[in-house]
Design a protein around this ligand. Sequence first.
Ligand SMILES: C[S@@+](CC[C@H](N)C(=O)[O-])C[C@H]1O[C@@H](n2cnc3c(N)ncnc32)[C@H](O)[C@@H]1O
Length: 474
Amino acid sequence: MDFLPIFLEVAGKRIVVDGGNTVAARRVERALNAGAFVTVFDPEPGDEVRAFFEHENLTHIARLPYDADFAECIIAYGASEVPERDALLHRAAKAAGALVNVADEKTYCDFITPSVVEREPITIAISTGGAAPVIARILRARMEAMLPAAYGRLALFLARFRGRIYEAVPNGRNRRRFWENLIEGPVGDAFLAGEEALAEERLEEDLARGSADLKHGEVWLVGAGPGDPDLLTFKALRMMQHADVVLYDRLVGDGIIDLVRRDAERIYVGKKPREHTLTQREITELMIERASRGERVLRLKGGDPFIFGRGGEELEDVAAHGIPVEVVPGITAAAGCGAAAGIPLTHRDHAQSCVFITAHGAGGVLDHDWTRYARKGQTVLVYMGLNALGEVAQKALSQGVDPDMPVAVIDNGTRLDQRVIIGRLDEIEAKVVEADLPGPALIVIGHVVSLYGKLGVKGSRSEYEMELKAGHTL
Ligand SMILES: C[S@@+](CC[C@H](N)C(=O)[O-])C[C@H]1O[C@@H](n2cnc3c(N)ncnc32)[C@H](O)[C@@H]1O
């Protein structure tokens, strides 16, 4: 981030705007709304600026500004679109110690102006750091549509109880929870439904209970999906915004961790094969210890926590300590990779069942009965199989599985660097070794793989064509 986001108090302070066009009008409007005294310099301002002439805090001077006009000015906006005027304003305003912003002239800017969503007294400012202002404007439009106008009134309503809430819940962390429960619970619901009296009644009940309900910690076991942040569930996102501490795995991508509440403590507990930051026991002990302190502990796992995620094992110990737990499912790698690569896991003509298996168990590569799995009409989804692919394929072949059986290896499925390797069972290992995939990767074995590239799913076509060029038909 190249800019420091702050909200500046300008009420009663002086702001100069040089220009009389639409841009100047927007600057004038914001400055007046924030309570500043605004002086506009322009010989012939347009109607949009003139519309503010009646405002008691606005002074219009029908000429260009002189150096002395910037005395005691806190901000100077250049909006004339005349380069010589902009240069003069920048020099004079800087000499007077003002912060300067000149429209479309980066070198003359001490700050940039964000896109703003207003729900008085709530203000949301959005910036792309100057990289793509149109994105900020699109996001602003989305937020405008998303946020009920009543949110502003809710903020004003709750502000009346601020002091009493402070007294009723003195502990800072508990107080944050208290506020969250108010806003997202029955009080907020009643208020946003237009029932202010009911909201107040419920709020009084909550105040009477104070911190009584807030002292207990919890563990939330949440699936983060296969990597694309857009595949998080709403519930996962909400819990990420409310947790006190987040323990996350290697498979949880940076883009997802960035969505965790900024003040929450983040603890990386990831495991690579043969490289453990914390042992499984230490992770569980940490969750128990933090929840016992009254914290809301979010255990964030790649994919779904109950599918090869050891979620069940972790919760057994947590539950034995009487700590309340909640589980939020995530999109498992098989579902995510299948969708992203355009390979359905079932299909009326190719597979009427699918099985999820892991190549690895506690003692190494598992000795699966492949005649049960890789059979006609069934898709096999192999987790944790990349490094054992050769062994997996050999075992399947030695048990009589058809060497022509189509196989897909989907690496970093759903992510920007997703790659898909397609081959027959008897050649797939060599192709994957050649491709030097970093993992994580999911192996799909079965006739559904022959649909790869044929369903018009974006992201799968080019690899499919490469396969065809290489002479492979499945
Ligand atoms: C320990 S398991 C965790 C599975 C996870 N709980 C789930 O439901 O997806 C790790 C394995 O999941 C698979 N996996 C997870 N994310 C993946 C991704 N983005 N692309 C491909 N495979 C992935 C790989 O097979 C990896 O070895």
